[in-house]
Design a protein around this ligand. Structure first.
Ligand code: DAK
Length: 263
């Protein structure tokens, strides 16, 4: 893979780490980084054979403090529409990734940055993480999916609270609400995210992919999630992965998943 220009990239022990790298602008999301992230999640990542991705921001102040407000001010209506489309494509590419994407949130995750974290499968926040949708302060609504993804995680009342008051919620409240999956000490979110991916990486890889797909079917108005579960259960049972998992259990030995079935 060609090294990305707009974010930092590392691949260690089959875990990819993607780091937003505009610390002076609190990692605000501009068009260039969003385009490159979209290409990475849609085209590069599926070829890499890794177990998962940690998505984080550089510096200790922010995961991402939002869409780049200064760049928005330079855009006309056509460019804003293109930006909106790109934002949605990026968030869907992350959400539908066949391998887990874990957000590691140090400091602020606001507006578009919060929406990026919401598109990830799991979120680890530091004790100093602060999250919210302050778009109404600017006279707009969230534009990269929070109106739809936040209610899935925390329900209608809490979503309206966050979006209408524009207040930032802290790590403890976020954990209690189910927005964060774990809280980590300051500076440790990436290592906790890697631990989670390492644990998930010991499971059947195709089963993990199908857990993501089948849970998401619940939120897809065009799908019957229960029917998807039945069909997926059946198709997984025909794979080598299931044979190895059950065989290891009855032989009382460690399981050895090799991703024989491919993702
Ligand atoms: N965009 C651009 N620059 C930003 C930024 C942002 N979102 N957030 C911070 N910065 C820059 C600041 O301008 C400052 O730059 P310099 O002045 O040093 O050049 C630098 O980062 C450090 O920020 P502060 O000096 O403000 O730092 P503080 O500690 O005082 O305050 C803060 C931290 C996070 C409370 C504050 O920076 C802040 O309130 N930032 C803005 C947060 C925000 O409102 N975020 C939401 C943005 S709206 C759409 C799709 C998506 C969206 C909209 C439309 N369409 C579909 C088209 C999404 C919108 C948003 O995300």
């Amino acid at each position: 893979m060609e090294l990305p220009k707009n974010f930092l990239f590392e691949l260690n022990n089959h875990i990819a780490t993607v780091t937003l790298n505009r610390p002076k602008a609190l990692n605000a999301l501009n068009k260039d980084v969003m385009e490159e992230l979209h290409d990475f999640f849609s085209n590069q990542l599926p070829q890499m054979g890794c177990k998962g991705v940690v998505l984080t921001g550089s510096g200790d102040r922010a995961f991402a403090a939002g869409a780049d407000i200064k760049e928005f001010m330079t855009m006309d209506r056509i460019q804003m529409e293109a930006q909106s489309k790109l934002g949605h494509q990026l968030m869907f590419a992350i959400e539908k990734s066949p391998i887990p994407v874990v957000a590691a949130i140090e400091g602020y995750a606001l507006g578009g940055g919060f929406e990026l974290a919401l598109a990830c499968h799991l979120r680890v926040g530091s004790e100093k993480a602060r999250m919210g949708n302050p778009e109404v302060n600017l006279g707009i609504i969230p534009g990269y999916g929070a109106t739809q993804r936040l209610p899935q995680l925390v329900g209608r009342g809490r979503s309206l609270d966050i979006m209408m008051t524009a207040r930032m919620i802290d790590a403890n409240e976020a954990l209690e609400w189910g927005l964060l999956n774990r809280i980590a000490p300051v500076g440790k979110t990436v290592s906790v995210a890697k631990e989670i991916i390492t644990l998930i990486g010991t499971k059947g890889p195709m089963a993990i992919t199908k857990v993501i797909e089948t849970v998401d079917a619940y939120y897809d108005k065009n799908k019957d999630g229960f029917a998807e579960e039945v069909a997926t259960f059946g198709s997984l049972s025909a794979l080598d992965e299931f044979k190895e998992g059950t065989k290891a259990f009855v032989e009382n030995r460690p399981v050895n998943f090799k991703n024989q079935d491919g993702i």
